[in-house]
Design a binder for this molecule. Structure first.
Ligand code: SF4
Length: 464
């Protein structure tokens, strides 16, 4: 009999290369000022989400749970969800509650919009609290899908028609607080009246507090949500966004991205561009920004770009033709692929846990035509590990910390980017986007390769 490890016929996911959809939804709700995420399901789901977010962001993360019991599982979760909204409304005094559904509540078929409607009638004293609801079963998508579904719900439930104004709605997607701060600074320097939706720049990376705050500062304000319907245009980052959810269920034929909901609800024109990682993608972002707002790019960014070109020239010899494995969320991986191609690194394995049918085609369009990497969709880490063992040894792995055990086994460096990063400090301050983000990524990759070579050299050289 063959040992189990040689058997290929696995049908179950082993160590998923994606996370839970309510996790992404909770992250998005954390970027709305005064919003408390409420996970409709068992306490275990909320604990997992809290644990992942605390470990990455090093912030207090309060996430409520409707705390399913056996009774709710059999007779429906309506009473527990109502009680949870009542308790959160009274104890946290939030501006909004963001309800995100779990696998269990979706499987038993709780009609959450109806439960919310009944709650409105039963708790008129809490009528001032906005209630948003995102349908986020994890078996229909990833944490990124959950993130975008939550933003869609914020637009649908918490925004309203408004007087026409000159604002730009920026939908950056799942990026770090450092990335959000970088975008905020660009908008300030270009004097663009922006509504960042969500705004994670402060709420998931707050300064030190003297006294504990139940709801952290920061996030898209209620006033911004009130003026959202009158905004002049929107810009959203991402090629795949939450469209991959369609692939997973026939029920979800009409998945809308946040941008398409703005178009539908408010007839708002807009543009979609990939994550601005690397020079080419950042150029496209700035050009689009100039075109949409009529504002010129400040000199600070043309200088940043110039320094980046200089760094590429100086460091090219350290990175050229190196072989990289990259993995993570679809849009983030697409951004990384374009960036690595731009700096002369050869991706040999590109993997995502997402299942969008568009992913492979978009990735291929970003590659150097001479490169022909393995591209894995809907992958788990065991499949990625197996593929890494089969191919010629890569020089570097780029992704979040869940891939560490592969890098450790096969002995190559891992550069930690994206979410989640549980085994390093400062994860919330990793800058990925813009010329500055590309500069830092480039230096970190070059130095990881240099360090690996130096550490594994029989000669203790000190100069390069
Ligand atoms: S059961 Fe579903 S919702 Fe709950 S933690 Fe697991 S994947 Fe997330």
């Amino acid at each position: 009999m063959k040992p189990l490890t040689e058997t290929k016929a696995f049908t179950a996911t082993r160590n998923a290369c994606k996370l839970c959809a309510p996790l992404g939804a909770s992250m998005a709700y954390k970027g709305i000022q005064g919003c408390v995420p409420l996970i409709h399901g068992s306490q275990g789901c909320a604990t997992y989400v809290r644990r992942y977010m605390i470990s990455h962001y090093k912030e207090p993360i309060d996430i409520a749970s409707s705390s399913f019991s056996e009774e709710s599982t059999i007779f429906g979760g309506g009473p527990t969800l109502k009680l949870a909204m009542f308790n959160v409304g009274n104890q946290y005094k939030p501006y909004h509650i963001g309800v995100t559904t779990t696998c269990l509540s979706e499987t038993i078929g709780d009609d959450v919009p109806q439960i919310i409607k009944e709650f409105r009638g039963e708790a008129p004293e809490l009528a001032h609290i906005g209630l948003a609801h995102a349908s986020t079963p994890s078996y229909c998508g990833t944490h990124v899908d959950g993130f975008h579904q939550a933003i869609v719900s914020v637009i649908k439930y918490l925004s309203s028609e408004a007087e026409p104004n000159n604002k730009l709605v920026l939908l950056p997607g799942m990026l770090s607080p450092a990335d959000y701060r970088y975008l905020t600074e660009i908008m300030e320097r270009m004097d663009i009246d922006v509504i960042m939706l969500p705004d994670l720049s402060e709420s998931l990376d707050n300064p030190h507090w003297e006294d504990y705050k139940r709801i952290p500062d920061g996030g898209t304000t209620p006033e911004q949500l009130k003026s959202l319907g009158g905004a002049k245009s929107y810009m959203q980052f991402g090629d795949v966004l939450n469209k991959g959810m369609i692939a997973n269920t026939v029920k979800r034929k009409n998945i809308n991205t946040p941008g398409s909901v703005l178009e539908e609800m408010y007839n708002m024109p807009g543009a979609t561009t990939g994550f601005p990682i690397g020079i080419n993608a950042t150029d496209r972002f700035f050009n689009l920004l100039e075109k949409m707002t009529g504002k010129a790019i400040p000199e600070k960014y043309t200088k940043e770009r110039g320094r980046l070109v200089d760094a590429y020239t100086d460091g090219h010899k350290y990175v050229f033709d190196k072989r990289a494995v990259i993995y993570g969320e679809e849009d983030f991986v697409i951004g990384l692929t374009e960036f690595l191609t731009e700096i002369g690194i050869k991706p040999v394995l590109i993997a995502t846990g997402g299942e969008s049918s568009a992913f492979k085609g978009i990735v291929k369009s970003k590659l150097n035509p001479r490169h022909n990497p393995e591209i894995m969709v809907g992958a788990d880490f065991e499949e990625i590990a197996e593929k890494c063992r089969e191919i010629e040894k890569p020089d570097i792995m780029i992704g979040h910390s869940k891939g560490y055990y592969i890098a450790r086994e096969l002995n190559f460096p891992l550069l930690r980017v994206g979410f989640p990063i549980h085994d390093r400090f400062g994860s919330q301050r990793v800058l990925h986007i813009g010329y500055e983000g590309a500069h830092r990524l480039f230096e970190n990759i070059a130095n990881a390769l240099i360090e690996y070579k130096q550490e594994n050299s029989p000669v203790g050289w000190k100069y390069m």
